[in-house]
Write a protein that binds this ligand. Structure first.
Ligand code: ZN
Length: 258
């Protein structure tokens, strides 16, 4: 799998992937990119990466004034899925309590009304999304409850390891190409690959071979190092389409669809 990859890939992941190969397994990867609002040069660069590497991509989009042109651009290219990235991507958390669009005092009814209005905006723009990606990966219980009354079938947050069951279909991202503290910048090749090795080992040890590992990108925030690394990474690993990952509550193992 890594035969033609940079040496650092082989050093960081070779021994772990050897164990996977001995068991006849291949890691299941998918790719989510956040914060798209409109076609931009950075979005073109992202779509170009997806096309060149034949890598399906889920674009988590914010419903703004240019949503329809974003949807049209993404639909021009095969294997691009549009997901809903929040209602307006506005932080409503009280000062000093992190970031999130849904706060503890919000009712399920209020969340449901926001969800329905947002999904309608996507439908009006020509997209029929089935995945919701809360901004800042803020998965509140009210959101999970409200989702069952909408066309959204799954949520995606950010997990440190194998995700916990929470009663809805969930497909998380795990590997952020950026680090954020002190300003967005490339995480660093070794840090990224070390985390990937850990995620692979967790799945191997627990027998959850098919549990997807989510690559997370934010095309508007990439520096050149992040773009370059992504190019190498997507050259080394095959990425599955999110819609082809069989979504189940995570009490059960996840498997690939045909
Ligand atoms: Zn976001």
């Amino acid at each position: 799998m890594l035969a033609r990859s940079p040496l650092v890939f082989r050093l960081a992941l070779g021994p772990e992937l050897h164990l996977w190969a001995k068991a006849g397994r291949t890691p299941v990867l998918w790719w989510r990119d956040d914060d798209a609002r409109e076609p931009t040069p950075a979005l073109e660069r992202l779509l170009d990466l997806s096309r060149r590497h034949d890598a399906p991509l889920t674009v988590a989009a914010v419903a703004g004034p240019n949503l329809a042109s974003l949807v049209r651009r993404c639909q021009d290219q095969p294997d691009i899925e549009i997901a809903v990235h929040g209602f307006q991507h506005v932080n409503r958390q009280p000062e000093g309590q992190g970031f999130g669009e849904i706060i503890d005092s919000d009712s399920v009814d209020w969340v449901l009304a926001q969800l329905r209005a947002t999904v309608t905006r996507f439908h009006d723009a020509g997209a029929t999304p089935t995945l919701f990606v809360p901004p800042w990966n803020n998965l509140k219980p009210q959101l999970i409850t409200a989702l069952s009354d909408t066309p959204i079938r799954a949520v995606s947050g950010f997990a440190q390891g194998v995700s916990e069951a929470d009663g809805v279909s969930r497909l998380d991202a795990h590997l952020d190409v950026l680090r954020w503290k002190g300003g967005a910048r490339f995480r660093g090749t070794w840090r990224f690959l070390a985390r990937m090795r850990k995620l692979l080992a967790q799945r191997r040890v627990t027998g959850q071979w098919g549990q997807p590992i989510g690559l997370l990108t934010h095309h508007l925030d990439h520096d050149e190092d992040a773009w370059r690394f992504l190019d190498s990474f997507l050259g080394a690993f095959r990425v599955e389409a999110r819609r082809c990952l069989q979504l189940q509550t995570l009490a059960e193992p996840t498997a690939l669809c045909a």
